[in-house]
Write a protein that binds this ligand. Structure first.
Ligand code: CA
Length: 625
């Protein structure tokens, strides 16, 4: 090769490299589709593809205007801000990505019609009992999807932190069981893709906000689950994570902008101190650690102060609600994200779905801290969360103690009384979600020291106190487990969910006597709760515990229930004259659990360490049987 040839050759390579670099394509657009008739007229499309920022997008559809095209730092993303007018019709249009006059790539974008079912999007309320289940651990309805191409982690049922194969079909298969159990809403841990090398079973390291993990099924399977659940009168509550995503996300090594994540020179964990968000004396150092620190090395902390990321998260939430016909949301790690963003997120949900409910995981142990997050107009710093529901962690901690202690001046059931006496702090205590346990702590039966009497006391309390009760899968058959032993041990497989299981709750095979007793107790309690308006929506009135017995009423104008929790090791006979103010107008009663009939309301005997729930009856001439 002479010099000229070498020069030409280098020039040719250079040109072809340049052309290659300019070659642009669309890999995906999020959200993948949208709807006409939304109350918020704007739509941000995040276009991802090699060099897509070097193109000029255009579209032509009546009622849809492309207002703005933004490129951040990476050339592989474009943000398109669309405005959809009120008269835009459902249909589809081509978004063309051009280099000058040449169309480089295009994407067919669909605008659907919204659900037109008035019963949808009503949220959850005090008539509900929520059942939390972990999809990988509930039931394997389709062993074919346990191992899926492209997914890094393979199934390993023997590993407590491995994937066990549970899936959406497993839930669908057992909706009858759940309906008969008496729960009315399912909170399912995240079903979205977690394509992480290990511990991907829990779902909190999401690697695609728009896609169900193929080991659980497809987006369409999730939608059908919601439909089938609705047919049985069961609501579906989706577990969402706005604070962080899995580091296996496609964007992890090519962020639209460096501030997509809260960045640190090296892995810096959050201090996990949600208290900083309401602390008037907080140090900036601690606040930043809480909000910008990472939850885990595998979970990148999203920066919701980047407006494009913020809009991405908000639209993703709306997309799932509308796509699934979803009934409610549980939002993870609530105080770990910027609270102004979370308030904006809530308002945008309520703008589309005014009756909606979101319960926030605000894991703080004291009522004043919890009360700060439940929407109110009285926070001293003026913060309004717009959050409709919050978990009642303070009451769970009181419940953990109450029945394990002998009653005394400041012990035993007084813990329940004292916690509920602080209800004045809440804008509406009925909006609290009262849980026995959840997937992050010791199982309820373990906390009740594996004593079925305490289990019954605790369940009776949780199902009858003010608020919305939530139980954890397997609690009804006394599954046990300590968080200290590792998360795998509080998230074990539900017996009967896998073919060949020795114990099968669904068919009733090989359950112990105690398990049958607990299951029967739970069914009876929950199914009664379904039909009693007083215990769902009634006023709550309680009496200071005396002699080891805690007594409270749930009442409306029409109905009343008295709940007596005997925490003593001896049988107690209660003189009811102390409760005259709540018994006025009632003459007899019926025990909900034993069906025993009380022909007068003067005194009632309660066996040792047990609950008694009595439906009060106004007119003795019409006994309820
Ligand atoms: Ca499976």
């Amino acid at each position: 090769m002479n010099r000229l040839h070498i020069f030409t050759f280098i020039l040719a390579i250079g040109l072809s490299l340049q052309l290659q670099a300019k070659k642009a394509e669309v890999n995906r657009i999020d959200p993948p589709n949208w709807w006409v008739g939304m109350n918020h007229p704007n739509l941000q499309l995040m276009v991802y593809g090699q060099n897509i920022a070097l193109t000029q997008p255009t579209l032509n559809y009546p009622g849809v205007a492309l207002k703005e095209v933004i490129c951040l730092e990476s050339p592989n993303y474009l943000f398109l801000n669309l405005e959809i007018s009120v008269d835009a019709k459902p249909g589809s249009f081509e978004i063309q990505f051009k280099d000058g006059k040449k169309i480089v790539d295009s994407y067919n974008y669909v605008l659907n019609e919204r659900f037109n079912i008035p019963e949808l999007f009503k949220g959850f309320d005090n008539s509900d009992v929520i059942y939390l289940l972990m999809p990988d651990r509930f039931s394997n309805g389709n062993p074919e999807n346990d191992e899926m191409e492209g997914m890094h982690e393979k199934p390993k049922r023997k590993n407590p932190l491995g994937r066990h194969g549970g899936d959406i079909q497993g839930i669908v298969n057992h909706l009858d069981y759940l309906e008969e159990l008496g729960v009315t809403a399912l909170w399912i841990n995240p079903l979205l893709e977690n394509n992480m090398p290990e511990q991907s079973y829990h779902g909190y390291a999401i690697t695609d906000y728009y896609k169900v993990d193929p080991r659980y099924g497809t987006n369409e399977d999730y939608r059908k689950l919601v439909e089938k659940a609705h047919e049985k009168g069961l609501k579906i509550i989706m577990d969402m994570v706005a604070n962080h995503c899995g580091t296996g996300y496609y964007w992890n090594d090519d962020l639209p902008a460096q501030d997509w994540y809260n960045q640190w020179p090296e892995f810096t964990p959050s201090n996990y101190r949600g208290i900083v968000q309401s602390d008037p004396n907080v140090a900036g150092y601690d606040f930043d650690k809480m909000v910008k620190g990472w939850f885990d090395p595998s979970m990148a902390d999203l920066n919701q102060h980047n407006p494009y990321l913020a809009e991405f998260i908000i639209q993703n939430t709306i997309w799932w609600i509308e796509y699934l016909g979803l009934d409610g949301i549980r939002q993870d790690t609530y105080p770990y994200a910027y609270k102004d963003f979370m308030a904006e997120w809530m308002q945008r949900i309520l703008k589309e779905y005014p009756d909606y409910n979101v319960v926030g995981e605000v894991w703080l142990n004291y009522a004043p801290l919890t009360a700060y997050w439940l929407d109110n107009e009285t926070n001293k710093d003026g913060y309004r969360s717009h959050l409709t529901n919050v978990f009642d962690f303070p009451l769970m901690y009181a419940l953990n103690r109450a029945f394990n202690e002998e009653d005394g001046w400041d012990r035993g059931t007084l813990a329940l009384y004292e916690t509920l006496a602080q209800d004045y702090l809440y804008s509406d205590p009925m909006k609290l979600v009262v849980m026995t346990d959840n997937h992050d702590g010791d199982r309820f039966y373990t906390k009740m020291q594996e004593d079925i009497r305490k289990f019954k006391l605790g369940m009776a309390f949780a199902m009858t106190v003010r608020g919305i009760p939530q139980i954890y899968y397997g609690g009804e058959i006394l599954m046990s487990g300590k968080e200290h032993d590792g998360h795998g041990y509080i998230r074990e497989d539900f017996p009967g969910g896998w073919e060949g299981d020795k114990v099968d709750v669904f068919s009733g095979k090989n359950l112990s006597d105690e398990q049958n007793e607990a299951l029967g107790f739970t069914k009876r309690l929950l199914n009664w709760r379904k039909s009693n308006k007083a215990v769902q929506f009634g006023e709550f009135a309680h009496y200071i515990p005396e002699n080891g017995v805690y007594v409270y009423f749930r009442h409306t104008d029409k109905e009343s229930v008295i709940i007596m929790l005997n925490n003593a090791e001896e049988e107690r006979t209660i003189d009811l004259s102390r409760f005259t103010e709540n018994l006025k107008g009632y003459s007899t009663g019926k025990s909900v659990l034993t069906r025993a009939y009380f022909d007068q309301l003067d005194e009632i005997t309660i066996p040792a360490k047990s609950p008694l729930i009595v439906e009060l009856i106004k007119d003795r001439s019409t006994p309820p049987f």
